[in-house]
Design a protein around this ligand. Structure first.
Ligand code: NAD
Length: 391
């Protein structure tokens, strides 16, 4: 159990790029980063509107002299300080991730970047090579992947509790972008349907990438062999970006999988699900009941495993915070992601490759894998929803 005791000698000096007053995701970063005292927010270029960003930063308690007009000034000015920022989070729209990440790495800063990391695997591989050359960590914030009961799922699959893997069922849908109004009125919605800023997809990169990463986390040894993606734009003005997609997968071990992702699932507020079916049982998790893992062994009664319980595996227990009572959810999952990235940065700084190899967190390879998923979905959809060999 994580009860908040110090895990590192000192806090990392942390800065934020984006994630300003009006942003959807900024609070999740701060809530995740600041809860374990592994980060101290010392600087920011929080907003595309520099005045709004500076007033916001001051309200967060950041020294006004370290609330900058833009990320370039942040990097330049911080480099002059002995107590300069050492890690930055990038919580800006997708199309800016590549240039900001590369600039931060160039300046010797570790990076925590939003998903999707970039638009192409080529760019993602470039980031990896450069980060390695610079001796720096790049983490990617796939929200729920830090949830302790998801890690229980990984642990049980590893222990062969459901046998050989046959089916991977995934869903990430909501219904609150079901018409075009938000595309005009809501700034965060507007860029999501603009390919110049969002990249080659809407819901595939915005939603399904999360569940896809969870599948990689719980099934680390399974790889997709081929895939078929069928995508639609129910709101026509979003074309060529999709607001709904179905994806079928064939895996290298003979398993098959299915992903449904949608922003037009009317009435659905938040529907993320993963169900893994094996030869001797199944495991299922829904984000609407994030503390519970359904375990269905074939020929025996179903069990609902509960976060924080004594009977869970060590991996799950190490990553929970509140004990058996009460509920944990997305914010604790973010806390775990940020904590593990901090431990990775600390290990990297100390040259402790042994610790680094044991930490489970969404790293640069997870960022690359997310982009690869998007690219393969688009390749299939653009060929008229043909099966394509997974590249
Ligand atoms: P948003 O439009 O709500 O907010 C973007 C923020 O970035 C705003 O504060 C804006 O002023 C600022 N910004 C834009 N360009 C900037 C720049 N060049 N320099 C500094 N600040 C800049 O977007 P959002 O929904 O918060 O999404 C941001 C990123 O986070 C996207 O990549 C998105 O995919 C991702 N996201 C991830 C999750 C998750 O669960 N991990 C959830 C939502 C969004």
């Amino acid at each position: 159990m994580n009860n908040g005791e110090k895990k590192m000698e000192r806090s990392l000096r942390w800065g934020m790029i984006g994630g300003g007053r009006t942003s959807q995701v900024g609070y999740k970063h701060r809530s995740g980063a600041l809860r374990d005292r592994t980060y101290e927010l010392v600087a920011g270029a929080f907003d595309i509107d520099s005045e709004r960003g500076k007033s916001f930063g001051v309200n967060l308690g950041v020294d006004k002299n370290r609330c900058y007009d833009d990320y370039q000034t942040l990097i330049e000015e911080e480099a002059k300080r002995t107590d300069c920022v050492e890690v930055v989070s990038i919580a800006t729209p997708n199309g800016t991730h590549y240039e900001i990440t590369m600039a931060a790495l160039e300046a010797g800063l570790h990076v925590i970047c939003e998903k999707p990391l970039v638009f192409t695997t080529k760019e993602a591989e470039e980031i990896k090579a450069f980060a390695e050359q610079q001796g720096l960590i790049v983490g990617v914030t796939y929200g729920y992947s830090g949830n302790s009961i998801i890690l229980q799922m990984r642990s049980m699959i590893e222990q062969n509790k459901i046998g050989d893997i046959h089916l991977v069922e995934m869903q990430y849908t909501h219904g609150y972008a079901g018409n075009s109004q938000g595309d005009k009125d809501n700034a965060a919605q507007k860029w999501r349907v603009d390919p110049k800023i969002a990249g080659p997809t809407f819901v595939i990169g915005d939603l399904s990438i999360h569940t896809y990463y969870i599948s990689k986390l719980v099934l680390p040894h399974l790889s997709i062999k081929k895939l078929l993606c069928d995508r639609q734009s129910f709101v026509g003005s979003r074309y060529p970006l999709e607001d709904n997609a179905y994806v079928l997968m064939h895996y290298d071990n003979g398993a098959v999988g299915r992903m449904w992702t949608s922003a037009v699932d009317s009435g659905q507020m938040d529907g993320q699900r993963i169900r893994i079916v094996g030869s001797t049982g199944s495991l299922e998790w829904w984000d609407s009941a994030p503390n519970e893992l359904l375990y269905q062994p074939q020929g025996a009664p179903n069990q609902t495993l509960y976060r924080g319980a004594e009977y869970l595996d060590d991996l799950a227990k190490q990553n929970e915070r509140l004990g058996i009572l009460h509920q944990e959810g997305l914010t604790e999952a973010w806390g775990n992601i940020y904590l593990n990235i901090a431990l990775a940065i600390d290990a990297k700084n100390r040259g402790d490759e042994e610790t680094l190899s044991q930490l489970i967190y969404p790293d640069i390879d997870s960022g690359i894998e997310g982009v690869r998923w998007i690219e393969n979905c688009v390749a299939s959809a653009d060929q008229g929803s043909q099966w394509v060999e997974y590249q």
